[in-house]
Design a protein around this ligand. Structure first.
Ligand code: EPU
Length: 419
């Protein structure tokens, strides 16, 4: 495979940005919003709440305008939350601006239990009253008050929810052991443009000086570092030469470092790509070497790249140990990869991959978003045809992946629309 690929806006930055628009009655305009299913799901949820939003196609991604003048219904229903856990991101903004929210408890998901206890504990500390009934969590507040909150476990959406709620609280809030992900930083940047006073986003301590009102603004979503990383691995696994455009290499530091050690060299090309952002170029390398990795919170190796890395390791010489520290059940792809010929043993939070094994095309099934990406990568490296079922998982977070891969020379097509 060879050619170029243009990276879309980050799903996990766009989702909280859309819910941040609930914090103001003014219009918030977002650019570079990826055309992925999770964004459509969140728009349906905002519509249910009584919020207007409109979409316009732009050269890169969508422009979405949101105007949350009023709230008709403070409920995030089970039917939508079960499709997408990030729906919980409406909780903080709703309780901060309207004093009430009723959100279905998400329950477990394919990759782990994923509780939201820290979101709730933090909101309680900000002064919200939390109660539960019929599978829903109800939060009420008559004005939130700034507080200090320590996250026992680092949580990305937990940090985002509390940062949004604290923006409209009275007084100062300090979030300690906060998530440092670029998506958290992008949200803080948007909130500050809306009139919030947030310092320290990108570090473990975020200080928020609450304000009484936020206003409208315009913001461009950062590029998706996980999509960029996935395409880098696509090039590496097929021995291709690829130019990855409109990305931010700094957000990929851990991934690029590990890929370099494995024998995949991606270099940043000087200057900007004509369509904005920066450019990484991967050259076909020599043999791939096995290397152990452990997933970590940012700036460590992302859990959202673990499945794709596992596929790469099936094509590397030697054994590698992959340790998943963030989610307790994120190895579902290993069994499907094994059906294609990979030699992988999973034990608790560790997977041992013995390479290099030839992969052969098979009928396989996607279990979650990043797992499905790893299976597409395996299909690219395999001899023969691979048929992946349940590809709706991939549409949740990758924009037209088959079209982007086709432009890079892959033989891939969508057999039927995802349902
Ligand atoms: N956790 C708790 N209590 C909480 C919240 C989290 O114990 O109240 C635990 C989780 O169970 C997990 C760990 O903390 O073990 C980290 O979870 P986190 O809350 O950071 O995950 P998240 O915010 O639900 C986001 C991304 C995920 C990504 C993780 C980790 C969004 C919308 N989702 O999820 O993205 O894997 O951070 O980086 O930002 C994906 O895009 O495929 C995806 C799953």
């Amino acid at each position: 495979m060879q050619g170029r690929v243009v990276i879309s806006g980050a799903k996990n930055a766009a989702l909280p940005a859309l819910t941040a628009a609930l914090l103001t009655e003014d219009r918030v305009i977002l650019h570079n919003v990826p055309r992925v299913r999770d964004i459509s799901t969140l728009r349906s949820l905002l519509e249910d709440l009584g919020v207007d939003s409109s979409v316009t196609h732009e050269a890169h991604g969508n422009r979405i305008e949101i105007e949350a003048r009023q709230l008709l219904n403070p409920v995030a229903p089970y039917e939508l939350v079960k499709q997408m856990r990030a729906s919980v991101l409406v909780l903080g903004p709703l309780v901060a601006r309207f004093g009430q929210a009723r959100v279905s408890l998400p329950g477990g998901c394919a990759i782990g239990v994923r509780p939201i206890n820290l979101h709730l504990k933090g909101l309680e500390k900000l002064g919200a009253k939390i109660s539960f009934d019929h599978g829903y969590v109800q939060a009420r507040a008559n004005g939130l008050r700034g507080t200090d909150f320590y996250f026992d476990t680092i949580s990305v959406t937990g940090t985002e929810n509390l940062m949004m709620a604290a923006s409209l609280a009275e007084g100062v809030t300090e979030l300690e052991n906060a998530a440092r992900e670029p998506e958290v930083q992008d949200l803080a940047c948007l909130l500050n443009k809306m009139g919030a006073h947030i310092e320290g986003a990108g570090t473990h301590k975020i200080r928020i000086h609450g304000v009484s009102r936020l206003h409208g603004t315009e913001h461009t979503i950062i590029p998706d570092r996980i999509e960029a990383g996935t395409f880098l691995i696509a090039a590496a696994i097929t021995g291709g030469e690829l130019q990855v455009e409109r990305c931010i290499p700094e957000h990929l530091t851990a991934v690029l470092a590990r890929l370099g050690e494995v024998g995949v060299h991606a270099v940043q090309v000087a200057g900007e790509s004509s369509n904005g952002g920066q450019i990484l170029r991967v050259k076909p390398g020599g043999k791939l070497r096995a290397l152990d990795i452990s997933t970590e919170e940012y700036p460590g190796f992302p859990t959202d790249m673990q499945a794709q890395y596992m596929t790469l390791m099936t094509q590397a010489g030697g054994s590698s140990v992959i340790t998943e520290t963030i989610f307790e059940n994120r190895f579902m792809h290993a069994l499907e990869l094994a059906r294609m010929g990979a030699d992988i043993t999973v034990s608790g939070r560790c997977a041992v991959v013995r390479g290099k094994t030839p992969l052969s095309g098979a009928k396989i099934q996607a279990s979650d978003l990043r797992a499905s990406a790893s299976l597409v990568l395996a299909g690219l490296a395999a001899e023969g045809e691979t048929l992946i079922d349940r590809v709706y998982h991939i549409d949740r977070g990758y924009e037209r992946i088959e079209e982007k891969l086709t432009l890079m020379g892959a033989k891939i097509s969508r057999v039927s629309e995802s349902d």
